[in-house]
Design a protein around this ligand. Sequence first.
Ligand code: ACO
Length: 426
Amino acid sequence: MAKDSLSVKDNRTNQTYEIPIEHGTIKAMDLRGIKQDDNDFGLMSYDPAYKNTASTKSTITYIDGDRGILEYRGYPIGQLAEKSTFIEVAYLLLFGSLPTPGEYLTWSNEITYHTFLHENLKTLIQAFRYDAHPMGMFISSVSALSTFYPEARNVDDPVVRLHQIRRLIAKVPTIAAFSYRHNRGLPYVYPDNDLSYTGNFLNMMFKMSDAKYNPDPILERALDVLFILHADHEQNCSTSTMRNIGSAKADPYSALAGAAAALYGPLHGGANEAVLRMLSEINDLKNVPEYIDRVKAGEFRLMGFGHRVYKNFDPRAEIIKRVADQVFEVTRHNPLLDIALELERIALEDDYFVQRKLYPNVDFYSGLIYQALGLPVDMFPVLFAIGRTVGWLAQWQELLDDSEQAIARPRQIFLGEDRRDVPDKR
Ligand code: ACO
């Protein structure tokens, strides 16, 4: 029987160490005992960008990047996208199981009745320039919420914590919609409690003079599915940010604003925005081959392609492609879709992309759907943030309940100057 351990020989000292292996992992702290002498700090692992470091144990989301698997609490993403609502998935991610009908009713009521914002927050949004990026407004407004709910600092109290979780899930669509209306110079539309989570979001975005806004059920469902697909993705950049800030016991509004700021980056949630800008820049099918050549020459990256984890295919991209077809049946055809399909076709056959295992990711088609729903490009990362808010909160809650966690504090390899004295005269 092979032992679940790693035998390591330190050639500097000729000493051999036995390091236990658990869950296919060794504990980085076990390396610390490997020393040249008593004055040695001990061995560390060096892993910039955390490419091979597990920062936590988690029971929320499972990904097998090589096989293109994504599961929330054991349920395949494709089944959830087909059979569940976003609010149901939120419950699943936060509490570990799908809600019973009674639990679902209570949960969705709780979310529905927390969608309003304090009027002062509206004043804050109004203070932004007319052309402020909605993601900037979103981040600032979420962060400002912490000043409205000072009790949120009590992160160790599960009751207080749950209350902030409800508030955040309920209020992020309102903040997002107000940011959009601010950009357009339109009056803010208050939440309509008769509508679903996603239907109400569309109402706050698009209602004009009609007495009652009735969302198109296909478009409402499409957006709900997009929220489900974006709800969690284990330890990605923004979630790790949420956990990092949360590890200092900051309140969830501040932590979530930080996570949203990470999401704003073009290599992360900003990619769907970048995809649309890229497709507009290509502008015509005939320009696709030249664009691919420039990508291969290293001039820039093909946005919406590649993923740190998925090296086969992104299961979310397949679902999104199907949703896109349904949406385009309702809305008019988007010429950028033809460019996207041609880019995908060429890239999937081209050696450069095949060898590097670069496939369309979740952002490749989501932007086209958002555009078909009438949403401006600037809003894309905000929509991503609405869905991901649930994952950030589930991960934050898990972190706070995990006795193995402590304040996140990586080490460094110092390669700077040795100690030196400041000269007397300069
Ligand atoms: N276009 C062209 N080449 C690419 C792309 C791309 N989109 N992505 C990676 N490559 C190339 C790299 O140049 C590199 O080539 P090399 O080996 O010749 O140097 C190789 O593929 C590996 O790239 P890495 O940067 O090491 O891959 P990593 O796993 O670190 O990056 C990332 C993943 C950031 C997503 C990257 O693929 C990328 O920049 N994609 C475009 C942005 C994007 O779509 N982001 C959304 C990600 S999904 C999400 O956040 C929800």
